[in-house]
Design a protein around this ligand. Structure first.
Ligand SMILES: [Zn+2]
Ligand SMILES: [Zn+2]
Length: 337
């Protein structure tokens, strides 16, 4: 095994990530050392880098959609064979004793620690993670055993799935921002026999075509309105102005679900668009139960992720392309070219 590793390090807001060589981290009690195969690039990473998330560990290695293989186990880790493929999500540690943890809401834990934010993440050749928060993954996705297509499932997929659960039994779902999470949720909706409308940035015809290709009943810019209202709305774009827009296109009794960790200010709106038992809520983080449920469901659909590969040292380029909306689906860093 190597004794040093390459990593992309976030040092302060506004600065690009820096390629560094670090000593290999050592797994402590209950932890795994994981050789990273692939790590997804999430919009949350952009919020981190832009200084929109409070009190990050500094410096920190970003990345919370990690797919890799167990390279070593710390003390007290059982049933985790070397070489097994695992996924490491955003939720990295919870206290287990607060009111939220004890009521099945560990996603809201007062003391939770998050991967690639308060714990070093997967923009690196190796990472260390608490074994209790890692998910077992199938050893081979395709015949080639490619890790990269699995990476977006670990956040875009999990958070998208949790957001969709908040929509309850809504038949027609509006999706605002058709990126990594949306393209996975769309496949779940079709599998469940539901309909979706895709709202993109105005004029983004490529994303609208992508959404139609995934079965959208309607796709257009957020400046347009579909002919029929939706029973629920999932907002994945970080734009607060979408909240009143989505409310105006929402059926009575419906919910607008804001799924991002950060959003620009929500403009004032008249009460009558909320009237009729409409509601607005956010979705925060994930529970391990969400992860196990979704990772069991995904291969049965089966979810096919649209991915764009970047070498680890090109993480800054991947982030810039995500910011610009330069690709459909998800960006994934791969450690071996
Ligand atoms: Zn994420
Ligand atoms: Zn807790």
């Amino acid at each position: 095994m190597m004794t040093r590793m390459r990593a992309m390090l976030f040092e302060r807001p506004g600065m690009p990530l820096r390629l560094v060589e670090l000593p290999l981290p050592q797994p402590g009690r209950g932890e795994l050392l994981i050789e990273v195969e692939a790590c997804g690039v999430c919009r949350t990473d952009l919020h981190l880098i832009d200084g929109e998330l409070p009190h990050p560990l500094l410096p920190v290695i970003p990345g919370h959609e990690i797919v890799g293989r167990i390279a070593a186990c710390g003390a007290d880790v059982t049933d985790m064979p070397i070489g097994r493929r695992v996924g490491v999500p955003w939720l990295g540690w919870t206290c287990g004793t607060c009111g939220f943890c004890r009521s099945g809401r560990e996603n809201l834990c007062d003391a939770a620690r998050f991967t690639g934010y308060r714990i070093n993440g997967g923009y690196a050749e190796y990472t260390v993670a608490d074994a209790r928060y890692c998910f077992p993954l199938p050893a081979d996705d395709d015949a080639a055993g490619d890790a990269a297509p699995l990476a977006p499932l670990l956040c875009a997929g999990l958070i998208g799935y949790r957001a969709l659960r908040m929509a309850g039994g809504a038949h027609r779902v509006g999706i605002y921002g058709f990126g990594a999470a949306a393209h996975i949720v769309a496949q779940v909706l079709k599998f469940q026999g539901r309909e979706f409308h895709a709202y993109t940035r105005p004029g983004d015809l490529a994303s609208q075509a992508f959404a139609r290709g995934l079965g959208a009943a309607w796709a257009g810019g957020s400046d347009q309105a579909a002919p029929t209202p939706t029973d629920a709305a999932l907002i994945f774009a970080p734009a607060g102005a979408l909240v009143p827009l989505a409310l105006r296109r929402l059926e009575k009794g419906g919910t607008v679900i804001c799924a991002g960790i950060h959003m620009s200010e929500i403009p004032a709106f008249p009460y009558d668009i909320l009237w009729g038992e409409r509601s607005i809520r956010s979705v925060a983080n994930l529970t391990r139960k969400d992860g196990l449920e979704f990772l069991e469901l995904a291969p049965r659909i089966p979810v096919r992720t649209e991915i764009h590969r970047f070498a680890l040292e090109h993480a800054n380029e991947a982030l810039q392309q995500l910011r610009r909306g330069a690709f459909q689906g998800a960006a994934v860093l791969t450690m071996k070219g």
